[in-house]
Write a protein that binds this ligand. Sequence first.
Ligand SMILES: *Cc1c(COP(=O)(O)O)cnc(C)c1O
Length: 382
Amino acid sequence: MKFNTKTIHGGQQHDPSTGAVMPPIYQTSTYAQSSPGKHKGYIYSRAANPTRTALENAFAAIENGTHGFAFSSGLSAIDCVLKMLNPGDEVIAGDDLYGGTYRMFTRMFSKYGLKFHLVDMNSIENVTNSISDKTKLIWVETPTNPLMKIADIEEITKAVKAVNPAILVAVDNTFATPYLQQPLSLGVDIVMHSATKYLGGHSDLLMGALMVNDAKLAEELHFIQFAGGAIAGPMDSFLALRGVKTLHIRMQRHCENGRAVAAYLQNHPKVKEVYYPGLENHPNHEVAKKQMKDFGGMVSFKLKDESQQAAFTFLENTHVFTLAESLGGVESLVNHPATMTHASIPEPERLKIGITDSLIRLSVGIEDIEDLLKDLEQALNI
Ligand SMILES: *Cc1c(COP(=O)(O)O)cnc(C)c1O
């Protein structure tokens, strides 16, 4: 199956008992047994629930995986991956991570003896030079949140596996989605999503996803998901599955609108810099062109007036763009990373990587582009 067909049909079956085209919301915690151990494949919903199974099969299909796992949030999916490691193990990750990922690495798992090396993944040597015999996991985010840096997934994976094939490579594919890039097909071991964002697509749920194409890895992750318990519920699973079915057409429009917004901002006299991998002057444009089908709907930019007040004036005056955390829904959102999504990163770290007070992040939705540009224009001119 090709991608657009997979988002709708991948891993799906009509409900065997009624023929229902969409899986029912199996709002149940447990399942009747006819004799101890005699059941129909479902025992207790922490282990598996049919609505979640349908979604997990869809998750696997869209990322070219064999197994998918649905969690209660994106962070609980990352938590599951890290729990495969042992005290003393080392992780190499990008230096421009989602704020919550950074917080989990530095403030939760450091405490349990994991060591994190945060490096600029623009350079593959930065990654390979940090590998030691304790390195167990490489954590890649591309494009990064919020600076839209691009890491070369295939080259990083090749370089890491050449040093030690046992080191796992994981990609947080939240920003790109499998519509734009499919990391498992580039040699990566684990794909992670905050399905809260584009996969769900409607800002109506929190969810995380993991996808793999290795049975042993799948078994390990399922054990941690089951034993740790951070599973997605049946109602959210139903909503996320409904979202996945339109991922391809939503993404097509997000990309079109994202490109138009980036081009508009780049020519605006009040804008200092635009961060969008589709722009030819983006430092990693060539890598983005190679590994991504298009460039997505996330656009960051800095105002020429670098005061926090100038950014706040803009943020207070958009009407179609809603000021809110999160991204990837059908509606356009605007966000101030320094004080909102990335406030958990200490200021010196933030400034070092470029998350200044003048940085604004847009999640460009799928509204009419004329209305989006008009909204930006009026807010920039206040
Ligand atoms: C939102 C986000 C997460 C965390 O996901 P939650 O669903 O909010 O727990 C992780 N990575 C990226 C890139 C995100 O945007």
